[in-house]
Write a new protein. Structure first.
Length: 125
């Protein structure tokens, strides 16, 4: 539970109130969130296939990221019931697809137009 009186909490609340983009950037800045979204779009729709695709993600983080994406209505969780031994699959919502398209554009922009000093330093070593 976060302290609501902290400066960081108040700053975040202020920025989120100013523009929904700030809230979206905060969500997307969570480690693994975009990779989980892209992996579902690529056809990895079950927890096990997501784990296999994103091999360094922990079970807890993957479960948390799936929950966050579902809460923000970017993915849906489909439980196919007992006849499929509780087979749960995830799929992108229309908003999830739209976000993924915009993220693809931003990835291309970042690759072609943004200088990342930390990458340059790592390559030089």
């Amino acid at each position: 539970m976060r302290k609501t009186s902290s400066t960081n909490f108040q700053n975040q609340a202020y920025l989120e109130e100013k523009c929904a983009l700030n809230e979206l950037v905060y969500l997307l800045s969570k480690r693994w969130i975009t990779e989980v979204l892209f992996s579902i779009e690529a056809g990895n729709v079950r927890f096990s296939s997501l784990k296999e695709d994103l091999r360094f993600i922990s079970d807890n983080i993957l479960a948390d990221r799936l929950k966050l994406l579902e809460q923000h209505k970017l993915i849906t969780r489909n439980d196919h019931g007992p006849e499929f031994s509780s087979r749960i699959e995830y799929s992108l919502t229309e908003s999830g697809y739209q976000l993924s398209e915009q993220l693809d554009v931003l990835c291309k922009f970042a690759t072609n137009n943004v200088y990342f000093p930390s990458k340059a330093t790592a390559l030089a070593e």
